[in-house]
Design a protein. Structure first.
Length: 58
């Protein structure tokens, strides 16, 4: 992928393809929700995530 030269948070960008997928299943349980997280500084983190997503969509 094209490098982004003027980003606030430098990072590498890659283009990938999925080769295979594996699903873990059980007869006795089902995962009904994802991982729960608590952000320590939600405003700053959400702003950083939005900036990163904007860069990825370019």
């Amino acid at each position: 992928m094209k490098s982004l030269s003027n980003t606030h948070y430098p990072r590498e960008r890659f283009s990938v393809g999925i080769i295979s997928v594996r699903e873990d299943v059980s007869k006795y349980a089902e995962i009904t929700s994802g991982v729960k997280i608590e952000l320590r500084n939600a405003t700053d983190i959400i702003n950083r995530w939005n900036e990163k997503l904007t860069g990825l969509l370019q």
